[in-house]
Design a protein around this ligand. Sequence first.
Ligand code: BGC
Length: 814
Amino acid sequence: MAGTGPVDPGCELCTSGLPAGWVLTYVDGDPDGEGTREALLTVGNGYLASRGAAPEASADGVHYPGTYLAGFHNRLPGTGRDAAESIVNLPNWLPLTFRPASGEWYAPGRGHRLHEHQALDLRTGVYRRELVVADRQRRRTRLRQRRLVSMAASHLAALHTTIVAENWSGRLEVRSGLDGGVVNANAPEELGTCGRHLDRVGCGTDGPESLWMVAETGDSHLRVALAARTRVSVGSRRQPAHRTVGGPAEIGQVFALDLTAGEPVAVDKTVAVFSSRDRAVYEPLVAARTELGDAGPFEVLATDHAAVWAGLWERLRIDVGEDHAWQLPVRVQTFHLVQTLSPHTVDLDVGVPARGLHGEGYHGHIFWDELFVYPFLNLRLPELTRAMLEYRHRRLGWARRQAAELGMAGALFPWQSASSGRDESPARSRNPVTGRWVPDHTNLQHHVNLAVAHSAWQYWETTADLPFLATTGIDLLVETARFWAGAATYDPADDRFDIRGVMGPDEYHDGYPNRPSEGLDNCAYVNVMVAWTLARACEAYGLLERHPGARPWLRPAVGRPELEHWAHIGRRLRLSFLDDGILAQFEGYADLPELDWEHYRRRYGDLRPLAWLMQAEGDSTNRYRVSKQADVLMLLYLLGADELAGLVGRLGYDLDRARIPATVDHYLTRTTHGSTLSRVAHAWVLARTDRRRSWDMLLAALGTDLGDLHDGTAREGIHLGATAGTLDILQRCYTGLEIRDGVLRLDPLLPEGLDHLRCTIRYRGRLMDLTVDHREVRMTSPPGDEPPIPVTVRGRRLRLAPGTTVTVPLDGDA
Ligand code: BGC
């Protein structure tokens, strides 16, 4: 993943020999790719994150400095669904630049860049950069920078710069500042997101090395405070600032030194960030000043930060071989997941933002993407899943309100939400092909609350966390069941229940050709997942009723008739099939004509934006058998073939298991993968039937953001669902890991592209090191006093005692 620029013998990064499997590198990157590189070079800690923007840059169309706090949102003026909340771009803490005597302050486009090397050192969590520039008088200056957002102390971030005047001597000035003049401008294609969210910026100095800044959001009235310290030194000589500069929303300190060529100047900038959302805080600026006062120099922060990262890598490892081309992408994905969701996130009241804390794509909103994220976390940092399910639980009030607005019982989480849990889905979207704003009906995706219910159950199955099931879990399951039980209408003629007017995950179909945007009837994904949820709600309720340990908790009151009604619906929901026995995506799907794929491929090449392309032609994807992303196949992804066949069977239909490969083929050949989540689901369902294609699909998913320097949307943030989903394919799908009836089951099947796979999972509070290759599975449990873990490998029952290793041969690939 190295850039292609020439090697600079003076560059520490070019010559350091950092291990290739741990470093994401770019050399002499081009302006077009800068936005995506900034997203991919983001450093964060699950509370605070900053894009990898150059400290000497401001938002200029190429660069976009963005710093975000998880859950720190505001709404710009506007009405109804045109005014969505957005994550707020905070004051920029990075500004740092220099100038030689009588020269210009260095900024992109000023002076000549001779070499730039950017390297994200994943192992230690540090973004390193080396830059060599020459000014008009050919004075060459080298900058070496290291940047971190501390995993050890979540409110601290630091930037260390070494400046060397390479071929000149004389006066050097350094300017370090805080910029509160920032606006949200990273996702201009989205409704109501761009503009100035911060009001009442105040700033000042706290002595010759320190600055402070406060700001308040215009509508949500959240306050943020930054305290920054810049220490400039040459050898042991410290140089205080000699001047303060800036305007009403910007402040900086200027340091001046007389240098001789080759003599390094160290600039150590540290910032503490607090907000009015933080716990255990009297006032954000007081807290920021106190924290900064206690913060050690960069080397100390970096050591503490690296130590926490070392522990995280132990917990999060997925090893496919140090020499394997995909080891680095796997680590990059893991790293960015943890930039957004880390142990620090557990204490916050936040959900899973679709684009991480890496940009302003989708306004920082929460969709259903957690469905792809939690399975990885459940086996690594389950306390995070629990915290985020509790975030949903706290928003049941709005979810009940949304259900009530539709005349329904129970709760309906909105398709897009943010701070309070109210519906933040946009009313309009911009067609990128025509530039026109068109109505957006994606909020018909009520399946989001099925994802929440599914996640709650999965968390319970993986952890056996009874207090969770008895409180948060049961409420989420019961309220979801109530909503869908109310949405299902009974047709006595067929003794069937119908669910009408909804949308599945496939955003190409928001209605019928003659009834666009009114939703679909009997969407297979929705109906099967409703049947599943109703069954789980009954099961959870029964389990808690019988469990003496669950007595002290208050349970939602569900009477016997209601439970029986759910069970009845769960046996009689309607599904449709194509003539050849393939499960139809929705009622009426069979009547849709095929798209002339060849024509469209020839005409446009990349068909990911197919809906926009067709709309520009006056046509609509509603009219054809096409999918943006996995929909029916999501069922196989979530449930597997056995459970799906069982559920469909219970609904009184026969799902011919022999038709599953044909089903996969049918939908796969009609899918454009317009959503990055699609490839994850497809790689999963192909794993058992077509390993080659599964692997190719996984590689495409792994490359979603990494390979997207120029024409994708990664500049607005990484795709967190795809990021975690790809890791989970390695963790659960290729190992065949399943937890059913309190037993951990393994049925590994590695694709040929992998020689082996090693990961450390945490199952019901116990750590297990798992190594799989094409011949055997090896499981090791660290020493301890706990009872052995029951494990089944390809049907063979075993018990893994603490402090032991069990090796099981795989008799030929299954
Ligand atoms: C996908 C959704 C997803 C959203 C946010 C959309 O393009 O169709 O399934 O939730 O992006 O990631």
